[in-house]
Design a protein around this ligand. Structure first.
Ligand code: SF4
Length: 343
């Protein structure tokens, strides 16, 4: 069990009880109200949510009224909040609560998780805040606070990190589970602020915080956005001349594999006819083009999908460098991507 995390529960809950902001959905721990506010807060800041929330709750004060509203009126009420699918999911879930739970709000994390539009975080928030189920509600605020306390350098944008934080918190959940979850969120929203700007001097748990102790609050948490991978298809040629020499060429000095040698290749996959045409364009008399194999090579941000072809030609052109296989092995090492086609 994590001692430093266990130690924060008491002072954090005490701080929360003394400092929590008076938010309209905090009155009475009504699951319906907590639910609506949590869904609205997924896309909008607390201050902006307040007026939308008031309008919504006045028009639809309970699950029954939400389940019965017509779609146009619902979307009108949601106007300004965007993400209209969230409003539709609210109604869907309200109908489920009316039909499957007799209008009584489900209490457990597992039941809540099954309702439309309710993910792990929202289910945990409702189950803990309204019913004190000992289940952690892990959002971006909580991930930031925990990364700092534990001096954890794992990327907080990865699902594995969220899973690990969830398990660590699960071990130390106190009886006042709702207050603890809310306290962690509140600390992240009001004190342990992002972008290296936490106000540690006002933090009730700074004595347990490794980032504070070691002056690492600027560096933590680590957030690395996943770069979108590019996919490229290539036709690659192992061209051998009648004199038993192989065609290679030098890659440009900039970009991927700068200045290295490579087998001739073209973008995309092509028919046999257009491969023959390409050889003609390259001024090569290709009497035979045979498919060798498919191969894939993964660079940092690019995946190459390759089709390899063996080409025998009677001629040698000036476009390529023609080398013996011996020279190819000793003087012109090919990048692994191309070797995969020759193995
Ligand atoms: S001491 Fe500072 S960095 Fe650590 S949890 Fe508190 S506010 Fe965040």
């Amino acid at each position: 069990m994590s001692q430093s995390l266990k130690a924060i529960t008491k002072p954090l809950i005490q701080w929360f009880e003394e400092n929590k902001r008076p938010l309209p959905w905090r009155e009475g721990r009504d699951p319906y109200r907590v639910w609506i506010s949590e869904i609205m807060l997924q896309q909008t800041r607390i201050e902006a949510v307040k007026s939308y929330y008031a309008r919504f709750i006045t028009a639809l004060p309970d699950v029954k009224s939400l389940s019965e509203i017509n779609d146009d009126a619902l979307l009108k009420l949601w106007e300004g909040l965007g993400y209209y699918s969230r409003a539709r999911n609210l109604k869907k879930a309200a109908i489920t609560i009316m039909t499957e739970y007799g209008g009584v709000f489900p209490k457990s994390f597992d039941q809540l998780r099954k309702l439309s539009g309710i993910g792990d975080y929202t289910a945990a928030a409702i189950a803990s805040i309204c019913f004190d189920e000992k289940v952690p509600a892990v959002d971006g605020n909580v991930l930031r606070v925990i990364a700092r306390i534990r001096k954890n350098r794992e990327n907080v944008l990865l699902p594995e990190t969220k899973k690990r934080v969830f398990s660590e918190l699960l071990e130390i959940m106190p009886d006042q589970a709702g207050a603890f979850n809310e306290a962690l969120m509140e600390l992240g929203e009001t004190v342990c602020l992002p972008n290296g700007a936490p106000s540690c001097e006002n933090c009730p748990i700074r004595e347990y915080c490794a980032a504070y102790r070691e002056h690492l609050t600027e560096e933590l948490p680590v957030r690395i956005k996943k770069v979108k991978r590019k996919k490229e298809n290539k036709s690659v040629f192992f061209i051998r001349s009648r004199d038993n020499r192989v065609a290679i060429e030098k890659r440009p000095d900039k970009g991927l594999l700068p200045g290295m040698y490579q087998l001739p290749n073209i973008e995309g996959f092509h028919s046999e006819k257009s491969l023959h045409k390409k050889m003609k364009e390259w001024d090569l008399d290709a009497d035979n083009i045979t498919f060798i194999k498919d191969a894939k090579h993964i660079f940092t941000h690019i995946d190459w999908y390759m089709k390899g072809y063996r080409v025998s030609t009677t001629s040698e052109n000036n476009r390529f460098i023609w080398v013996t296989e011996e020279e190819l092995r000793s003087d012109y090492p090919l990048p692994t991507a191309f070797l995969k086609l020759l193995k």
